[in-house]
Design a protein around this ligand. Structure first.
Ligand code: GLU
Length: 476
């Protein structure tokens, strides 16, 4: 058997980070088995369709360093890979189901259905279609169709039968068909629902393993019925856990910050760190290993080690992993990655600055704040200059004027010499070393948090440093 997996994004907006995790697992399973990984676009919900979303989704998947073997952009033996371009196929199979009475036309108005559901809910019943249209004679159906009466096509779910399937995450699952609604398979606009289109396509595209989000688990018995009625083989299903918000309050959602796959790249997470983090959000290797390259993951991934328990999206862990991957970069690689976050600093200069900040970066975006003093005017505050009043103003002024002399006399690129001279000065004046460097740092950079300050001077013009030391004195 050739393993074929798929990811089936709906072009309804930004690609969620949870989708990327699911995609990664599908990708790994296919690669591990020298199979194929497919991208299929599920655009059957026309009301939620967002123009341009497909292109953005494909791009962000590429930006994370992942690829596919068949898809809407590259085609493949089962093209087209966009569901609205496959409508005649669904038509063919719905006709088969209709002919065999496993599906039926329903002409009920939205109004009637809404009322029906309200009554059922009030009576504490499971809201389900009451099968009024199942009572129509073939002649009545024919007439309604001929008259162009709006209609949907529903699955005829059998009564009181237990459907059993083995989910790779949760094990054996049993659902009584009495709990299942006669699912709409074709909507009134002639377009299939997710349940029908996904089932048909998974079969036609020879998908062997369906790894998808937990929220689709209730769709599985419907797919199993469709497969049975069409005489098809059911793929293996694995319903993956959703992510919990780090706040401990429910699932991770937009309301509590950005959850799009793109936003994490924009915030300065490295794709490989992000993927490593996602690998462990729903799967574990069964060992203590924590750092995984994509190749390691492909080798080790297994359906038997998928988590049942919903994982917390632990940002502290993500930051830690990102730091690990940042420090693995060469100075040049890192400088290139940082360049978009500090566009005013030339790449050559950035390569030299990188060693000063590499150790302390957890996200690439932090470079912006850390390095603004290199290119921008600085605006120190009196509170920072005096460490909230703990350093006497007159002492601070003296520190700044004395250090100006040292800077004037020394080549600022000679860091060791500069450091020695400043230490001598501190000693001779009996200042506290910490106080001196706080005042000096804030004056030169406008900030309390900076790369090592003496080393940083090499990236400023001496005149700029002296000017800043003077302005800080004026401010005090
Ligand atoms: N189109 C569905 C979604 O975006 C895919 C679910 C599935 O993988 O079957 O969530």
């Amino acid at each position: 058997m050739v393993v074929r997996t798929r990811m089936a994004p709906s072009p309804t907006g930004e690609y969620h980070i949870g989708h990327l995790r699911t995609l990664l697992y599908n990708f790994a399973l296919a690669r591990q088995n020298s199979g194929q990984f497919i991208i299929r676009i599920e655009d059957t919900d026309q009301k939620r369709f967002v123009p341009g979303a497909t292109e953005k989704i494909l791009q962000v998947i590429k930006d994370y360093g992942l690829s596919w073997d068949e898809g809407p952009d590259i085609g493949g033996p089962y093209a087209p890979y966009i569901q609205t371009q496959r409508l005649p196929l669904y038509q063919k199979y719905i006709q088969e189901l209709l002919d065999r009475s496993h599906a039926y036309y329903c002409f009920c108005s939205e109004e009637r259905l809404t009322k029906m559901r309200a009554t059922q809910t009030a009576l504490h019943q499971i809201p389900k279609y009451d099968r009024l249209c199942l009572k129509l004679t073939p002649q009545e159906v024919k007439e309604k169709l001929a008259a162009g009466t709006p209609h949907v096509v529903r699955l005829r779910v059998p009564d009181n039968e237990v459907i059993t399937f083995t989910d790779a995450v949760r094990g054996e699952i049993k659902i009584n068909t009495n709990e299942i609604d006669d699912q709409v398979l074709i909507k009134s606009d002639g377009i299939p629902t997710y349940h029908f289109a996904a089932a048909v396509d998974d079969h036609l595209m020879n998908i062997t393993h369906v790894l998808r989000g937990d929220e689709w688990i209730t769709s599985t018995p419907k797919a199993i019925l469709i497969y049975r009625y069409l005489g098809w083989e059911v793929p293996t299903y694995a319903h993956l856990t959703i992510f919990l918000d780090p706040s401990g309050q429910g699932k991770m959602s937009k309301r509590r910050g950005s959850v799009s796959a793109r936003s994490f790249l924009e915030a300065g997470y490295l794709p490989e760190a992000m993927l490593n983090f996602l690998m462990l959000l729903g799967w574990n290797p069964g060992t203590e290993q924590e750092i995984f390259s994509l190749d390691d993951f492909i080798k080790q991934f297994s359906l038997t080690h998928l988590h049942k328990k919903q994982p917390v999206f632990d940002v502290t862990k993500l930051d830690y992993l990102n730091g690990v991957y940042i420090r693995r970069k060469t100075d040049e690689e890192l400088a290139k990655l940082l360049a978009p976050f500090v566009p005013k600093i030339s790449l050559d200069k950035l390569i030299k600055i990188v060693p000063l900040i590499k150790e302390r970066l957890t996200k690439l975006s932090e470079a912006t704040a850390l390095l603004t003093f290199v290119t921008e005017e600085v605006r120190p505050s009196v509170e920072d200059l005096t460490n909230n009043g703990k350093i006497d103003k007159s002492i601070a002024i003296n520190m700044l004027s004395q250090s100006t002399k040292v800077v004037n006399e020394t080549d600022v690129t000679k860091t060791d010499e500069l450091k020695n001279k400043l230490m001598e000065l501190i000693k001779s004046q009996e200042w506290k070393t910490g106080d001196f460097f706080m005042v000096f740092r804030v004056a030169v950079t406008g900030s309390r948090i900076t790369p090592p300050i003496v080393e940083s001077l090499a990236f400023l013009e001496p005149a700029t440093i002296i000017d800043r030391l003077q302005k800080a004195q004026d401010l005090l």
